[in-house]
Design a protein around this ligand. Structure first.
Ligand SMILES: Cc1ncc(COP(=O)(O)O)c(C=O)c1O
Length: 362
């Protein structure tokens, strides 16, 4: 048996993608233009926000969203350390200081309780991460009184109390990296917001800080969503809900097959429709389990084994212990997840976990 960690294939969309890309090639409209505008409009409608601004990738989306929200030099931005490096990198590149906070041991997301000890006079914004596709409690975080910018890179299509990830905060950012729930065929990203002001500033920043291509009012970026990638996203966006339903079905099959007897299962935030970008379980023996699974052809991987606050360029910002983050960094394991994972493969993963755990503790 060979079971990949990311069990999703776009093969059945190749013809439609090829035709839509050919349309862009023929049109000669390669920078912004109708495909980008159409995707921005459709994704905004899907999320339930007023504005979507397409940018080059999810990292630029965060940097630009932070600057467009008024974050800059001298400001502190509270974020988790249990995330992809880009979350904090974007805060630094926006000129601000990341303040790392801990996460909830069950949901793996930041909460008002984990953020509160880090609030101070310089606090300017909070960046919760919907890590692995679980949704952070954004409404409660907003009650702390600071702007909240969701890092929704891993949670396209997820929701909390019926509101989509991306429509919960003051602004939100997405990545369309090929392994994400809503992928494109290269790099791509977007900013979502209800605020006309943030959207306008983001449009300015993604285009060198210029409105007219002749005069410049900001030092910005060259970071636009590529027209070909927008065309790809136009084909794939209508599939997102079906794909996420398939992911949730995989999660419930793992559960029904008894995986919870051998490892701790993911815990969705109350009220959340988890997007299951990754299916991350917990076990004290995560490396041993990963290698036992590898022996029988099943891919599994520990994520954020060195959390962001322990990465060398971030050590200067890491002034507090984050015990839950360190514990999760030691004990997590992502098991195969995707839209094309079959029942036999799911049962095979559970059986292999059962065997590995019973061998480890006879
Ligand atoms: C949580 C998180 N934030 C930000 C990013 C950055 O996105 P990108 O790789 O498109 O720059 C990613 C994805 O890789 C991510 O997982």
């Amino acid at each position: 048996m060979r079971v990949p960690l990311f069990a999703t294939s776009l093969e059945r969309y190749h013809d439609r993608l090829g035709q839509r890309i050919a349309g862009v090639v023929r049109s000669g409209r390669y920078i912004l233009g109708p495909e980008v505008e159409a995707f921005e409009r459709d994704f905004a409608a899907y999320l339930g926000v007023r504005h979507v601004v397409g940018v080059g990738n999810g990292t630029d989306a965060l940097t630009i969203a932070l600057r467009a929200s008024g974050v800059g030099e001298g400001d502190e931005v509270i974020c988790p350390s249990l995330t992809f490096y880009a979350t904090a990198e974007a805060i630094v590149n926006a000129g601000a200081t990341p303040v790392f906070c801990d996460v909830d041991l069950a949901t793996l997301c930041i909460t008002p309780e984990t953020v509160r000890p880090h609030l101070g006079r310089a606090s300017k914004a909070i960046v919760p991460v919907h890590v692995f596709g679980n949704i952070a409690p954004v409404r409660e975080l907003r009650e702390l009184g600071l702007p909240v910018i969701e890092d929704a890179a891993q949670a396209a299509g997820g929701s909390l109390h019926g509101v989509r990830a991306g429509a919960l905060g003051d602004a939100a950012t997405f990545s369309f990296f090929p392994s994400k729930n809503l992928p494109c065929l290269g790099d791509g990203g977007a900013i979502a917001t209800d605020s006309g002001e943030i959207a306008e500033w983001a449009r300015l920043l993604r285009f060198h800080g210029s409105r007219d291509k002749h005069t410049y009012s900001e030092v910005g970026y060259n970071s636009r969503l590529d027209a070909i990638q927008a065309a790809v996203l136009g084909v794939l966006l209508p599939e997102l809900d079906g794909w996420n339903a398939a992911r949730r079905n995989v999660a419930s099959q793992y559960e029904r097959a008894g995986l919870g007897e051998f490892v701790r299962l993911p815990v969705p935030t109350p009220g959340a429709e988890h997007a299951y970008h990754l299916y991350v379980v917990r076990t004290a023996e995560s490396d041993a389990l990963a290698s036992a699974l590898a022996d029988v052809g099943i891919a599994a991987r520990r994520y954020y084994a060195t959390p962001v606050h322990r990465q060398v360029p971030m050590l200067r910002f890491a002034d507090r212990d984050l015990p839950a983050t360190d514990e999760i960094a030691r004990s997590n394991l992502a098991l195969p997840m995707g839209t094309d994972l079959g029942e036999q493969e799911i049962l095979g993963v559970v059986e292999a976990c059962a065997t590995a755990v019973s061998l480890a503790s006879p």
